[in-house]
Write a protein that binds this ligand. Structure first.
Ligand code: SF4
Length: 463
């Protein structure tokens, strides 16, 4: 029996699409030519993670598959495959993964194989993002160098640099600064810092051609909260005023004092996701030395509660990485202990009005954890993720949290693909992500609802 079917039997309360997402997310996929059919040409500036193999750099990808590079663009699969529920999963390469993605012969439709066995699921390529490559600011900078666009949502990195690397206090799983050097070696130059006014101009250019819905601001760690808040306030302020309408804007950042959170709220920020990485008190300072110096573990907990008071319940999230607490000599020796710690942290967050989400650990080349080959055997099984997801859903129901969520905090259009964002409750309630977002996004802007409808129509036409 295929792995997915076995897991489905063992987790009868979890939707099958959630099991598929997480088993493929956890295992990655083997590289093949068919992946290119679901890939994007991404401009320089794309994020760091391509693979679960710790030596898989952009440089290596370029050497092995030169056709995936052209004039500052890289062909990246990452975020463009979806199931009929509108749930997607990222495609990270892994050399020994059981999974492959294959073309089916029907335009836009793909199959998932576990070894040579076809998994019972239809996969679809999403509509392509139009990067509008000719758009330039008055200073001549391409808009795409300043803003990363996903269909109707955008992401901005005001500073592509993390101060913790300079002191050797980077988070143990992270290679943020290294990835820039890696990209540069492959001819993909990036701006380390960008100008807020010029970025607002670029947003205006995009926003004049396309109704934008949601944006996120993300950067590396800052040693000083005041500096971090000042940079972010400037961006939130300029971007909030760039368009004749407001997009929902959220920040992915660190804990900061209450007055800095208030400044961000006052400048137009709608929500915040604090990057805890783990909520485990013992391991937090070991995994996050720079973040701990920035603010103590207790300080992070207080800050996230301050954020709930300032931004409101449903507008504050805590990001964690599933599997990170098993790494290193100090990590949990069993996945069950790691799971119990994770679930306890999730429950604390939910009971305090914070929405916890979970990403999956990857060995980013150049990160401290990737340098220790022993860590590769300490990766949790799918059961870890599925147990955490089931417990998350239980707590969300218990505290009535699905009803309190701002749906843009994890926009169901594109942001849901990478972390766990509560898809069990969302699929149970709405059936699919297009319907879930329908309440806050009109149909003409809801690309997901249109996309899922087009799949249904094509299939009905065949019958
Ligand atoms: S704060 Fe941590 S996770 Fe964020 S960029 Fe710096 S080292 Fe990486």
């Amino acid at each position: 029996m295929a792995r997915i079917d076995e897991l489905e039997k063992r987790y009868p309360t979890l939707p099958r699409d959630v099991i598929i997402k997480w088993d493929v997310f956890k295992h990655g996929v083997r590289d093949n030519k068919d992946i290119d059919e679901v890939s994007y040409w991404r401009p320089a500036g794309h994020g760091s993670y391509l693979s679960y193999d710790e030596d898989y750099t952009i440089e290596r990808l370029k050497q092995e598959t030169p056709w995936r590079f052209k004039e500052g663009y890289m062909l990246v699969p990452d975020m463009n495959i979806w199931m009929k529920s509108g749930l997607g999963f990222p495609l990270y390469r892994k050399e020994n993964s059981p999974y492959t993605i294959r073309v089916t012969g029907t335009e836009g439709k793909f199959a998932l194989y576990d070894g040579e066995e076809k998994v019972n699921v239809d996969l679809y390529r999403g509509p392509q993002t139009n990067f509008m490559p000719g758009l330039k600011t008055s200073k001549g900078t391409l808009a795409q160098e300043l803003i990363m666009l996903w269909r109707r949502c955008y992401c901005i990195f005001p500073v592509r640099f993390c101060e913790y690397f300079t002191t050797g206090e980077e988070c143990k799983f992270c290679n943020y600064n290294h990835t820039q050097e890696d990209a540069r070696r492959s001819g993909l130059s990036r701006h380390v810092t960008i100008n807020a006014d010029e970025t607002a101009e670029a947003l205006k250019l995009y926003g004049s051609q396309l109704r934008l819905l949601e944006g996120q601001i993300e950067s590396g760690g800052f040693a000083k909260s005041e500096t971090e808040a000042s940079v972010n306030v400037r961006f939130v302020d300029r971007l909030s005023n760039a368009l004749p309408y407001r997009t929902h804007m959220k920040l992915i950042g660190e804990a900061m004092p209450r007055k800095e959170l208030q400044r961000l709220r006052d400048s137009g920020l709608a929500g915040i996701r604090m990057a805890f990485e783990t909520i485990d008190e013992r391991l937090f300072p070991i995994i996050n030395p720079g973040k701990t110096k920035h603010m103590s573990y207790q300080g992070w907990l207080e800050a996230v509660q301050d954020a709930v008071e300032i931004f409101g319940v449903g507008n504050v999230a805590a990001k964690t990485i599933g599997g990170v607490t098993m790494q290193g000599p100090e990590g949990y020796p069993t996945w069950q202990e790691a799971r119990d710690s994770h679930v306890e942290g999730d429950r604390w967050m939910i009971s305090h009005g914070v929405y916890p989400c979970m990403d999956s650990l990857r060995w980013a080349p150049g990160s401290p954890y990737s340098r220790d080959p022993g860590n590769r055997d300490k990766y949790p099984p799918s059961e870890f993720f599925l147990d955490c997801i089931a417990a998350h859903d239980k707590a969300m129901e218990e505290y009535g949290f699905y009803e309190k969520l701002n749906k843009f905090l994890y926009c169901g259009l594109d942001c849901q693909i990478r972390p766990y964002v509560g898809e069990v409750g969302i699929i149970k309630r709405a059936g699919d992500f297009g319907t879930w977002m329908g309440e806050v996004v009109p149909y003409e802007q809801n690309w997901m609802a249109q996309f899922l409808d087009s799949i249904k129509q094509k299939e009905m036409a065949k019958v």
